[in-house]
Design a protein around this ligand. Structure first.
Ligand code: GLC
Ligand code: MG
Length: 545
């Protein structure tokens, strides 16, 4: 695999800049802070960082409301700081990806200020403006993310504008070629500065039906459980054919700068639709996020079945990817508990495909409870119980005041429990979550089978999930995960029958020989290397397939 494939081999680490490291004591993380902590990332062994938005923004949605796509918000630093960060990251072999928010701008963006100033403004058509429907209400029944109408009345100019997220995040009109070119140019701006690619925000909501056809109701909507917008089937305003075409054009823009730039995209649509974003001829998004592990029931049979379906659905040449956490979802340790969070780490880092690791997962951080009265995320007000502050709290670097994150007052609390999980305390502890991540990342680096090897499920039952990663040369690595609390025995089929424990999520098993079967403790995951795999390579392969 050449350099153009770095993102297939690599592990991508998501940084939420507000919460990674604060260098100037204002309580908000910043770019010099990230620079100061780059050693953590190279020591850990990740290959790329993706920064959630750092552009100028009124911060209504903490940077996902951009008011200038080619600048840096002063709270994060300067353009020079970003250039310096990229140069220093590159010097260490770390790639840098930015977050690109094409669906909407901030209402403070000069484009929207102009567009909303008058119906005759040359930029009027840069956003999605419509007259009321026949009844004087919204022009269609489409819902926004938080569950009310996606159309917002604009009194001064007497029309509705379309917005999927906050009132202050108006959707751009991607049917307008001027919008397309202006936005593609923002990609070019960063690519020319050496940025290695982008995570595209909320891609599936880019374009809406031009005839504004009403969505049908969703018969399987579960009130209280599902997000309120899900009471409709969003067939006319989500994942439109025009959006898929635009995704391919984004890829062309990125390809203008060489074959080693990569596009990641947030989709959040069912499997078959996700696959469409790879593009028929591989000319689409290289990493259309696979969110299954974010929401899947933690059930061995269910996950094994999903892995099979996902891998089988990949178009020719497409590369898989796995997302375990992000800044919009409860943290892994809070979802699964600390023991299964370790099992999940082994899963994420040994499944075939590019793993995306959210900052703090390597420390096993949990959500920090934020009482409703202290909530900062606007979603906490709009959809009670769904606020995202708990998973966005600062990284604890050491046990000092502010957790080593800030010398000031952190914008969100570090949290007592997370403070005890600080990086300094875990760094030299062989049993820590951090050490587990570092060992897994080292193992990946040394073990082509775990990165580019074929995936072969191993028959298992109950809470056990097991698979082989194999190379054409005959290396066979076994990964066995116990997703439940009770001990379990896994019978091993012929070729995988012998090996030794290379790594376990629990102490005292390294080097243990494995023959014929493998005993797993409750909540344990192990990686088994083939015994003397150089010899094994000479054994004839008698398996079918
Ligand atoms: C994406 C981001 C989320 C943001 C939303 C609107 O889902 O991950 O944080 O609020 O888009 O930009
Ligand atoms: Mg700061």
């Amino acid at each position: 695999m050449g350099d153009a494939d770095w993102w297939r081999r690599g592990v991508i680490y998501q940084i939420y800049p507000r919460s990674f490291m604060d260098s100037d004591g204002d309580g908000v993380g910043d770019l010099p802070g990230i620079l100061a902590r780059l050693d953590h990332l190279t020591w850990l062994g990740v290959d790329a960082i993706w920064l959630s938005p750092v552009h100028p923004s009124p911060m209504d949605d903490f940077g996902y409301d951009v008011s200038d796509y080619t600048g840096v918000d002063p709270v994060f630093g300067t353009l020079d700081d970003l250039d310096r960060l990229v140069a220093e990251a590159h010097r260490r072999g770390l790639r840098v990806l930015l977050d690109w928010v094409p669906n909407h701008t901030s209402d403070q963006h000069p484009w929207f200020r102009a567009s909303s100033s008058s119906r005759d403004d040359p930029r009027r058509d840069w956003y999605v403006w419509r007259d009321p429907g026949p009844d004087g209400g919204p022009p269609s029944n489409w819902l926004r993310y938080v569950g009310d109408s996606a159309w917002r009345w604009h009194e001064p100019t007497g029309q509705f504008y379309y917005r999927v997220f906050l009132d202050s995040q108006p959707d751009l009109n991607w049917r307008n070629p001027e919008v397309q070119e202006a936005m593609f140019d923002t990609l070019r701006f960063w690519l020319a500065r050496g940025i290695d690619g982008f995570r595209i925000d909320a891609l599936v909501v880019l374009v809406e039906d031009d005839r504004l056809r009403d969505n049908p109701p969703n018969p399987s909507y579960r009130p209280g459980e599902d997000f309120p917008y899900m009471r409709e089937l969003s067939v006319w305003n989500v994942d439109r054919p025009e959006t898929r075409e635009l995704a391919a054009r984004m890829r062309k823009v990125v390809d203008e700068f060489g074959d080693d730039r990569v596009l990641l995209a947030e989709l959040g649509v069912p499997l078959e639709q996700t696959m469409a974003y790879y593009g028929g001829d591989g000319g689409g998004i290289q990493v259309p996020f696979n969110f299954e592990l974010l929401t899947a029931a933690w059930d061995a049979r269910g996950i094994a079945g999903y892995v099979d379906r996902y891998l089988a659905a990949l178009p020719a040449g497409a590369w898989p990817n796995w997302v375990l956490g992000n800044h919009d979802s409860p943290r892994v340790a809070s979802r699964l508990g600390p023991a299964q969070a370790r099992v999940a780490a082994v899963l994420l880092l040994t499944l075939p495909g590019t793993p995306i690791l959210y900052q703090g997962e390597e420390l096993g951080l949990g959500d920090v409870p934020i009482p409703p009265s202290a909530a900062i995320d606007p979603i906490a007000q709009l959809v009670p119980g769904r606020g995202r502050d708990p998973e966005r709290t600062p990284m604890p670097w050491d046990a000092g005041p502010g957790g080593g994150f800030t010398t000031g007052r952190p914008w969100l609390p570090v949290g007592e429990e997370n403070l005890s999980l600080n990086a300094a305390a875990q760094r030299d502890d062989p049993a820590s979550m951090l050490t587990l991540h570092r060992r897994l990342l080292q193992l990946r680096r040394q073990t082509p089978a775990l990165v580019t090897g074929a995936y072969q499920p191993v028959e298992a039952d109950g809470d056990v999930l097991a698979y082989l990663r194999t190379t054409p040369g005959g290396d066979r690595w076994l990964v066995a995960l116990n997703l439940g609390p009770s001990p379990a025995r896994l019978a091993l089929p012929g070729p995988a029958a012998a090996g030794r424990v290379e790594l376990s999520t629990q102490p005292g098993r390294d080097g243990e020989p494995v023959a014929g079967s493998l005993d797993l403790r409750g909540d344990e995951a192990v990686v088994v290397s083939p015994t003397g795999h150089a010899d094994a390579a000479q054994e004839p392969d008698t398996r079918p397939g």
